[in-house]
Write a protein that binds this ligand. Structure first.
Ligand code: SAM
Length: 293
């Protein structure tokens, strides 16, 4: 059986076998048992694995006794490698794209490759699995009906404060990645931007032995991390609930417009129009209007 036939048997493609496929393969974010059976099958079957760090990926492959040709595709050579990789697909070779941990492209390399492959009509297929942002928010206790992933916090203090204010004002849960050496400075900025009592959730070392969730005010979180500096170490996801608007904060003009519109349309639609008119967040306005007097 050829590699293409094996991959078709995985249910990944019904495309013409003369073209190869690009698989974007998620790998574990800590616990190796989180690799999926499909990911193992694909990594075993493809002709080439394009990895963010070949040494890192080779360790993962050797753990699962997979022998493969692994080439480096990282932030510094990605644009140039993308066309080479497209060439392999056109020759009928199958390629798996992996990063060091979790889902490629999610604060990880891979965008230039996937973008070029899509533009050129190559087949790109996800092999889903671990992603720290999704793992963190799913257990955060914060609203998940609407949320945004906004990558790493900026490096500079002023930009970081603006970033936190924008995240909060979005009205929805925000998920961010944070590095261990910046967490304390970041939390100081969060406190300066949104106040001591701002609620935050920190998720650390997910799927590993010292997995930790902390939920409380930013002041409490700072105290928790200072109490034992070892708690500042490790991989961190920070989450912020969106700002909620109470009905008493909505201007009388906006309420009047919503009430007028409501005789002709549902409340949600009326809030959408009023939000556009008064430059407000539609969802926050709708939630506020649902409040009992
Ligand atoms: N592509 C990865 C994903 O799907 O989650 C993210 C890669 S990004 C370069 C690395 C950042 O992800 C870390 O600095 C941390 O913020 C977060 N992260 C990765 N693994 C984590 C884990 N086990 N626990 C908490 N956060 C993690």
């Amino acid at each position: 059986m050829t590699n293409n036939q094996k991959l078709s048997n995985l249910g990944t493609s019904d495309q013409d076998n003369s073209q190869g496929q690009l698989f974007v393969v998620a790998t574990p974010i800590g616990n190796l048992e989180d690799i999926t059976q499909r990911a193992l099958n694909v990594l075993q079957s493809v002709d080439i694995i394009a990895a963010e760090d070949t040494r890192h990926t080779n360790k993962l492959l050797s753990h699962f006794s997979i022998k493969a040709k692994v080439i480096a595709v990282h932030d510094h050579n990605e644009k140039q490698k993308a066309s080479e990789l497209l060439g392999w697909l056109e020759q009928g070779l199958n390629v798996a794209l992996v990063s060091d941990a979790g889902t490629p492209l999610i604060s990880d390399p891979g965008y230039a490759v996937v973008n070029l492959c899509r533009e050129q009509g190559a087949s790109v297929s996800p092999i889903p699995g671990a992603c720290a942002a999704i793992a963190a928010v799913s257990c955060s206790g914060l609203p998940t009906d609407r949320f945004q992933f906004i990558g790493f916090t900026p490096a500079k203090s002023k930009a970081r404060q603006e970033f936190f204010v924008d995240a909060h004002n979005s009205g929805m849960t925000s998920i961010m990645y944070e590095s261990t050496h910046r967490i304390m400075a970041s939390l100081e900025d969060l406190k300066a931007a949104l106040g001591d009592e701002q609620k935050v959730v920190l998720a650390k070392e997910l799927t590993k032995s010292f997995e930790t969730f902390f939920s409380g005010t930013v002041l409490e979180l700072i105290a928790f991390l200072i109490e034992d500096p070892a708690r500042q170490k490790g991989e961190i996801v920070l989450m912020l609930p969106g700002k909620q608007v109470s009905k008493s904060e909505v201007s009388p003009e906006a309420i009047k417009l919503i009430e007028l519109l409501q005789s002709e349309m549902p409340l949600k639609k009326a809030c959408g129009i009023a939000a556009d008119y008064f430059n407000l967040k539609k969802n926050a306005l709708y939630k506020a209007m649902l409040e009992q007097e």
